[in-house]
Design a protein around this ligand. Structure first.
Ligand SMILES: [Zn+2]
Length: 144
């Protein structure tokens, strides 16, 4: 097994069909420069589909894991931007608790919770950096 970490390219958002609930992303093939892989996610069932060579051979590819994280990130980014500072702190704590609970009970946490936690932390840091965060939210975060 190759343990060398190679940087994987980020998936590029293509479309979200509000009728079917299917979202699609694209990523350039790392093996064939002339090829673009299309990955889809059924947001209602969680089923994934990919057009890459590994998928053609019925292997699970990294794209199908990556699209779940990419879509969770997209959703979390949209959610946190509208939250008040206090709501943002609660949102982050809720997902931190979910990560810890799943980790303790099953040995692994849900990718949606991990992504939401990362997004919440990023938004919190952004607000602190820009001095946008309310003093009460800052104090409650430190007290916790
Ligand atoms: Zn694939």
């Amino acid at each position: 097994m190759n343990t060398t970490q190679t940087a994987r390219p980020a998936l590029r958002f293509l479309s979200a069909d509000t009728t079917t609930g299917i979202v699609a992303y694209a990523v350039a093939s790392q093996h064939d420069a002339s090829r673009t892989n299309i990955i889809s996610l059924d947001t209602q069932t969680g089923a994934t589909f990919c057009t890459c060579r590994a998928s053609e051979c019925n292997h699970t590819c990294w794209h199908e894991t990556a699209i779940v994280a990419a879509w969770a990130n997209e959703q979390a980014q949209r959610e946190v931007i509208w939250l008040t500072d206090a709501q943002l702190v609660r949102y982050g704590k809720k997902h931190a608790l979910c990560v810890a609970t799943y980790q303790a009970r099953t040995g692994r946490s849900r990718i949606e919770d991990r992504v939401a936690l990362l997004v919440a932390r990023g938004e919190y840091r952004r607000r602190v950096r820009l001095s946008l965060i309310e003093r009460d939210a800052l104090i409650s975060q430190r007290a916790a």
